[in-house]
Design a protein around this ligand. Structure first.
Ligand code: PMP
Length: 437
């Protein structure tokens, strides 16, 4: 083992050489150096603001639902590591991937039945789009190659996903004229409990009808629009989309990469609506946040359609497809989730977030506090800009890791977060909001 780097040396090299998400090069920010993580705690290499251990309020962007260094997931990884860490998936198969795919089919809505094991959320969306376009080509309708979504969404950073991210976000401005031009409905009316809005529904139905001949699919994040703004909408809109798609022969894709595996209080957000998509994308919490893996599921209708084409195979095959380590850990993570009353835990966290974040609504500069399942958002009435860093530091002083974003402070804690730590997270969100207001 090489000599460990001092935190200062590590940060100097990081700044020089290492890209971070949405960051310049050479780096300008001072990321905190994490030494280890266990349970809901991140241990820093040295104290920051006098604090060495932070309660994680982010689940590493929705994924570490069981916390870090979990003995069950560690055992699954170790056990698989001793057998094989990776083999190519072309021409070979193995038990961890087959078990995982079978498990995913069992727990996702009928009639999703076929599973493509991708290597990241963005790639699973690329695969979903390819499935839909290829389906229509196979059926002799190549004009059906566009996508419809609603504003405010986020589906990943590769090409097709970027084209259906919120069109007012930076990505569209940067790539205007280069990204495929997709069709955008207005953002869904806000609120999980929002009353039906007939004018909005008519607007979406009209767009689907008008573009039916060129539409391959409608793609949305069901119930929660995540990185595009952390907005919630009524599950009834998903039923409306299903009807519109069926009426006009358009496929429906649900991107459950953020919402999947219990986060909203249902195992998959589609369940709030009792609606099943033709294609579903999963990622993030699939491996309990341990390893990079995602999945695209589709129905027999989609798979059979593709099989009837001139090229009767799904034209995609990444090197690390079906990675045995990730598959084994994903299988263990799903079993772990389903082994306890996770719904009760999400309800407990929801109540804790509601109680703990409510006082933030009284702070200057706060527009709204909203909570759904294990997701809490404090929306400001102004962008954070440079105050984002100070807000994150305010949370660190409270012993909590948060990643303020645009005009929001938000948390999506691991499901194992105890009541005391949850209260601490809420106090940190309030402190960060007070700094930013
Ligand atoms: N879709 C949604 C809804 C997401 O939240 C994300 C990640 N934030 C992605 C797709 C992309 O996933 P990944 O970052 O693993 O590529």
């Amino acid at each position: 083992m090489p000599e460990p780097l001092t935190p200062d040396a590590l940060l100097a090299l990081d700044r020089q050489h290492v890209w971070h998400p949405y960051a310049p090069m050479p780096g300008r920010a001072d990321p905190l150096v994490v030494e280890s993580a266990a349970g809901v705690r991140l241990r820093l290499a040295e104290p920051v603001e006098g604090v060495r251990e932070l309660v994680d309020g982010m689940s590493s962007w929705w994924s570490a639902i069981h916390g870090y260094n979990h003995p069950v997931l560690n055992d699954a990884a170790r056990g698989q590591l001793d057998r094989m860490s990776h083999v190519m998936f072309g021409g070979l198969t193995h038990e961890p991937a087959v078990r995982l795919a079978t498990r995913l089919v069992e727990i996702t809505p009928e009639p999703l039945r076929h599973v493509f094991l991708a290597d990241s959320g963005s790639v699973s969306v690329e695969v979903a789009v390819k499935m839909c376009l290829q389906y229509w080509r196979s059926l002799g309708r190549p004009a059906k190659q566009r996508l419809l979504t609603w504003r405010g969404g986020y589906h990943g950073d590769t090409w097709q996903p970027m084209a259906v991210c919120d069109p007012d976000g930076g990505m569209h401005r940067l790539w205007s004229g280069v990204l495929p031009e997709q069709i955008f409905a207005d953002a869904p009316p806000p609120g999980f409990d929002a009353e039906p809005d007939p004018a909005y529904e008519a607007h979406v139905r009209e767009l689907v009808a008008r573009h039916a001949d060129e539409l391959a699919a409608v793609i949305v994040e069901p119930v929660v629009q995540g990185a595009g703004g952390m907005r919630f909408h009524s599950p009834a809109l998903l039923r409306m989309l299903r009807e519109a798609c069926d009426e006009h022969d358009v496929l429906l894709v649900f991107d459950e990469i953020a919402t999947g595996f219990g986060r909203t209080g249902a195992l998959f957000a589609a369940e709030h609506a009792g609606v099943s998509p033709d294609v579903m994308c999963l990622g993030k919490a699939l491996t309990g946040g341990y390893l990079t893996m995602a999945a695209t599921l589709c129905t027999p209708r989609v798979a059979d359609g593709i099989s009837r084409g001139e090229l009767p195979v799904l034209a995609h095959g990444p090197t690390f497809m079906g990675n045995p380590l990730a598959s084994a850990v994903a299988g263990a993570s799903i079993d772990l989730l389903l082994s306890y009353d996770w719904r009760q835990e999400i309800k407990r966290i929801e109540t804790g977030l509601r109680d703990g974040l409510a006082p933030a609504a009284e702070l200057p500069g706060v527009r709204e506090v909203r909570v759904l399942g294990a997701i809490g958002v404090v929306q400001l009435d102004h962008p954070l800009d440079d105050a984002g860093m100070a807000a994150a530091r305010a949370a660190v002083r409270e012993g909590v890791w948060l990643r303020p974003f645009r005009d929001m402070l938000y948390t999506m804690p691991p499901y194992i977060t105890g009541d005391d730590d949850l209260a601490r997270i809420c106090a940190a969100v309030r402190a960060a909001a007070a700094t930013a207001g």
